[in-house]
Design a protein. Structure first.
Length: 346
């Protein structure tokens, strides 16, 4: 049977019920995923809805169920480098449940953030996801306890809140274990500002990975900016103090690009002389490096997906608290392995 033509009236719940041979209430339960309904009946109702091209009236649905089927996403990441992957992951999870998201960019401005919170509450969102550009804890937003709030990437300082964050310690550990496994013994670390929790945790992970092999970080850990310029400058400093360095783990891909340039200018071949690992797996940077950069992927989309799942659970009455870590993984490219070595490893 063909679907109804565009110029015909819009199908209703009663139309679907009549075609499926059930009550309108049963149709509502089946299409909303509620109630105890046999799979046979549910399949028959879904087939009838498909034939009639039935689309639920979301406004009526929201009034009946006292839900708006919308959530707010507030970010403080003006550069959107880190929050966008988180938000895309969240959108994937929310879209599966036919929930719309309002995105609000607070731009690190408390007044702007408060304004957006009020706007979202005025729209009666079912919940809010708060994200940012670092893993440094932030103060919780001030909303009524009845509104579920999940913190993604940037955790809340309140341990009773639910925060989903990347595992920065494991990022450093993965990089260190990979370089040790390649036989490198003079492994240095060039990274970002000490004020970032992620910087310190990645350094901890690297130190922990080197210890079982009886190794320490070569020279001092070099802290600086999140820029290619700092990567170049730090490499010059490193080579003067530790000319024997044979591997460098970088706190970001941008830093690693600067390191790669400085090594090339110093006549060091990557990875033959110095193996190089970055962090973030920013494809634009990592794939464009010479040679392409091995990098630790922080799983930002997974952070967003899990945050959205926790928000949906909280909306349904199952609330979580505390901090959950999302694992990261290493993406191998030519900066740590020759092409022949990578093929052999696969």
């Amino acid at each position: 049977m063909a679907k109804s033509a565009p110029n015909q009236r819009r199908a209703t719940v009663r139309d679907v019920a009549a075609l499926a041979g059930v009550s309108p209430g049963t149709v509502s339960k089946a299409l909303n995923g509620t109630g105890q309904i046999s799979e046979t009946t549910r399949s028959r109702i879904e087939a009838a809805a498909e034939v009639l091209d039935f689309r639920p009236n979301e406004l009526a649905r929201s009034v009946f169920e006292r839900r708006s089927y919308t959530v707010g996403v507030i970010t403080t990441d003006s550069f959107e480098r880190f929050s966008v992957p988180v938000m895309l992951g969240a959108e994937d999870a929310l879209g599966a449940g036919r929930i719309s998201a309002f995105l609000c960019d607070a731009r690190d401005d408390p007044i702007r953030e408060r304004h957006y919170i009020d706007v979202l509450l005025g729209r009666r969102v079912d919940g809010i996801i708060v994200t940012g550009r670092s893993s440094n804890p932030r103060s919780p937003i001030q909303v009524d306890k009845s509104i579920p709030v999940i913190y993604a990437l940037t955790p809340s300082t309140d341990p009773d809140d639910c925060s989903i964050v990347v595992d920065d310690v494991s990022a450093g550990r993965l990089a260190g274990e990979h370089l040790v496994g390649l036989g490198r013994r003079n492994i240095a670390h060039i990274t970002g500002p000490r004020s970032f929790n992620a910087v310190n945790e990645r350094a901890q992970g690297l130190v922990a990975a080197l210890a079982p092999a009886g190794l320490q970080v070569a020279g001092e850990i070099l802290y600086g900016g999140w820029t290619e310029a700092w990567g170049r400058q730090a490499t010059q400093i490193l080579l003067r103090s530790r000319p024997d360095v044979d591997a460098i783990y970088c706190g970001s891909d941008l830093i690693a690009r600067g390191v790669s340039d400085a090594l090339r200018e110093a006549g060091r071949v990557v990875p033959k002389d110095v193996a190089l690992v970055g962090t973030d797996n920013w494809a634009l940077i990592a794939e464009g490096a010479r040679p392409p950069l091995t990098s630790v992927d922080m799983g930002l989309a997974d952070v967003g997906r899990l945050a959205a799942q926790r928000l949906l659970e909280a909306i349904d009455g199952v609330r979580h608290s505390g901090t959950e870590l999302v694992p990261c993984h290493l993406v191998l490219r030519a900066s740590t392995e020759s092409p022949e070595g990578m093929i052999a490893a696969l």
